[in-house]
Design a protein around this ligand. Structure first.
Ligand SMILES: Nc1ncnc2c1ncn2[C@@H]1O[C@H](COP(=O)(O)OP(=O)(O)OP(=O)(O)O)[C@@H](O)[C@H]1O
Ligand SMILES: [Mg+2]
Length: 266
């Protein structure tokens, strides 16, 4: 980074840290692996926390494949006030995504610029006070992820998402090790598309029937939630799915209790 750019970056980092100072807890949702349902899980966690009357925001830092606006039904443009960029609202959740700035345009960007963009984005967004900020991470272990680890250091923990497929599990355990090295606490693993619900007690496993114990050993982590393959996710709004009588809504309600119950106790 050159002089002027480095100075700007330093200023933005300070501003971003001030904004982060007003957030209670940051829940990073990542995988390493693409297409396993990170954005789906991140949005469902955010909606379920908001349902618990927690002040909740979601930040989508998937620069090349943002999908949070689709899950939560928000569209550009963003409004700017003297306090900064105003996040969009979806069922009580404050939503911010790079896609809300760029629309459908592709963003060609290299490493250091990505770090710059995420920091700038945080520095400019007027989240106000939040109990929880959920961060939807892109696939891979690149710059966006390292920026998030750095910017939210001390108040974040990582929720890993995987399907039970063998190669997804291998990639996810790599991210778990990276988080350990970077001293980011790992909450555990959300096993997505873990089974297909066929009514009553019948369940089939679309990715083979490896036992939970075997998967936990391979992941070297605890499975904190099992989410079914829910076809309605692709035809109804996520909010509607989470308000239906189905195992997906029950699983997310239970999952967020690991944070909200702590709050009630303290
Ligand atoms: N439990 C589920 N049941 C049914 N479909 C699902 C489920 N979870 C995710 N999907 C679908 O799988 C696809 C990928 O999900 P999603 O975009 O959330 O994954 P991702 O890990 O964020 O992907 P990327 O790596 O591209 O960011 C989407 O079409 C989504 O609707
Ligand atoms: Mg995604």
């Amino acid at each position: 980074m050159r002089g002027a750019q480095a100075k700007r970056f330093q200023f933005q980092t300070q501003e971003a840290r001030k904004r982060v100072g007003r957030i209670g807890k940051v829940i990073l949702v990542g995988s390493g692996k693409g297409g396993v349902g990170k954005s789906f899980v991140a949005c469902a966690i955010a909606l379920s926390l908001s349902e618990h009357r927690c002040r909740t925001g979601i930040l989508d830092i998937d620069i090349h494949g943002a999908s949070v606006p689709d899950y939560l039904g928000v569209r550009p443009p963003l409004k700017s006030t003297r306090n900064g960029l105003e996040p969009k609202q979806s069922h009580g959740v404050k939503v911010m995504s790079v896609a809300l700035l760029t629309g459908d345009n592709p963003i060609p960007m290299r490493g250091v610029d990505k770090q710059d963009l995420i920091t700038q984005f945080l520095a400019l967004t007027d989240w106000g006070r939040l109990d929880y900020l959920v961060v939807d991470l892109p696939p891979g272990t690149g710059d966006e992820l390292l920026s998030a680890f750095d910017l939210f250091a001390g108040k974040s923990s990582l929720v890993l998402v995987t399907t039970p497929s063998r190669n997804a599990v291998a990639v996810v355990s790599r991210l778990r090790r990276l988080a350990e090295t970077e001293r980011v606490p790992v909450e555990g693993v959300v096993l997505n598309m873990a089974y297909i619900d066929e009514g009553r007690t019948r369940k089939t496993s679309p990715f083979g029937s490896t036992s939970k114990i075997t998967l936990e050993a391979a992941l070297d982590s605890t499975i904190i939630s099992e989410i079914p393959l829910e076809p309605k996710v692709n035809s109804e709004s996520l909010y509607k799915v989470l308000h239906g009588r189905n195992n997906t809504s029950v699983a997310f309600r239970r999952l967020v209790q690991r944070w909200t119950d702590k709050e009630t106790r303290s």
